[in-house]
Design a binder for this molecule. Structure first.
Ligand code: SIN
Length: 398
């Protein structure tokens, strides 16, 4: 009897789960054995923390060409156009599929999907589940992963190194070394294919929106195995993390808040982004974060202000999680501006892959934030990351 294809997926976010599910659906019963490992519960992944949503063209007066152009403009000349086109064209299909699988995206009274504005987008195109879209995607995907007979998931295994071997065909990846963080036992896990979906590296910065697991471990493992990386200098700083100097992991105030009408203010109450960019508060993130940083340096202030008071009671309905968090630190966004500062948010570069997630090392794939697929270029368009984590894994699986 033919033995099943053995696959190890390192990471428990949207990219890893999308890949595992797609592969499981493509390969016949019993012909694949997918082992997902992660060093923490999937609810602690960066995917789970994602607030804004998934960028996809859903309105008749929008187009995939416009989504492509916005992605390329924000990527500042460093995107791979073919990858961008593939990903944005497949966005609407991914949303429909997730909808059918039970994802509760926000809809209007007629049951039609609604989309929010975020920075760099010329049209409202961020499909969301209130202000905790990532958690909703993880819920839907996780249910399917846990219900599959051919996918196992262990949330206490931290991958340490890639196992590689040289044979007559050259060098290939043959598994990972991982430590069980509860028992301390080190395992050698062998596989035909290893997929790194380990997320970002925000924790290497002083202030980050990323959870504690975002240490860049997958990128480091690939580098130690001699796998080429790309564009590691391009780290996106989110303009509006809640100013709270006691915390390394800062709470994100979603860009959708600015998309809904909130504006950035200097300490003297004047508009910060006015006159700096035609898209003002919704300019690409690198532009807004740099403008805030300049004000902080020039005026020696630790933060600027995000004024969401024009939204009034709408804030509570559209951003319930952000509202609840602000209240815990004594801020009422309906009545007063929120102190914000830029914080490390997203690794635009990573392990270099081609369009299907394949790396330069035979048998090794990289997906999601740890990968540099060519989609993001020098700066990532808002909400294109969950989109990438849904689209490219399909091709990797195929
Ligand atoms: C946000 O909600 O502002 C973050 C979304 C993203 O990182 O694309």
């Amino acid at each position: 009897m033919k033995r099943p294809l053995k696959v190890i997926v390192v990471g428990g976010g949207v990219a890893g789960m999308s890949f595992a599910l797609r592969l499981n659906n493509l390969i016949g019963q019993g012909e694949v054995d997918i082992r997902m490992i992660s060093k923490a519960p999937v609810e602690t992944s960066n995917s789970h923390a994602a607030q804004g949503g998934v960028a996809a063209v859903i309105h008749a007066n929008d187009s995939w060409e416009q989504h492509r152009d916005d992605t390329l403009a924000v990527g500042a000349g460093r995107c791979d156009v073919e990858v961008v086109e593939r990903v944005v064209r497949e966005g609407p299909g991914c949303i429909q599929e997730l909808f059918k699988q039970g994802a509760r995206f926000d809809t209007d009274a007629q049951g039609r999907l609604v989309a929010a504005f975020e920075g760099g987008h010329q049209a409202p195109r961020v499909v969301h589940h209130s202000d905790h879209t990532g958690a909703e995607l993880v819920r839907v995907l996780q249910q399917q992963v846990r219900g599959s007979a051919h996918i196992t998931i262990t949330e206490t295994l931290s991958a340490l190194e890639l196992l590689t071997m040289d044979d007559q065909r050259g060098r290939r990846c043959q598994g990972v070394i991982a430590i069980d963080i509860q028992t301390g036992v080190v395992h050698e896990l062998y596989a035909d294919v290893v997929v790194l979906a380990t997320g970002g590296a925000g924790q290497i910065y002083r202030y980050t929106t990323n959870p504690v697991g975002a240490t860049g471990s997958g990128v480091a493992m690939a580098l130690r195995a001699g796998v080429p990386l790309r564009d590691m200098a391009f780290v996106q700083f989110h303009p509006t993390a809640l100013y709270d100097p006691q915390r390394k992991q800062t709470f994100l105030i979603s860009e959708a808040v600015r998309g809904a009408g909130a504006v950035l203010l200097r300490p003297d109450g004047t508009r910060l982004m006015e006159g700096l960019h035609p898209m003002a508060d919704l300019a690409p993130r690198n532009v807004v974060a740099r403008a805030i940083h300049s004000v902080m340096r020039e005026l020696h202030v630790p933060h600027v202000w995000l004024d969401a008071t024009p939204l009034g009671e709408r804030f509570m309905h559209e951003f319930p999680m952000i509202m609840a968090h602000c209240k815990t630190v004594g801020i009422d966004p309906v009545k007063e501006p929120i102190p914000v500062m830029p914080a490390a948010h997203y690794l635009c570069g990573g392990i270099r892959t081609e369009a299907q997630g394949r790396t330069a090392l035979d048998g090794l794939y990289a997906l999601g934030e740890c990968a540099s697929s060519g989609l993001h270029g020098a700066d990532r368009l808002a909400s294109n990351s969950l989109l990438e984590a849904l689209v490219i894994p399909r091709h990797a699986a195929a």
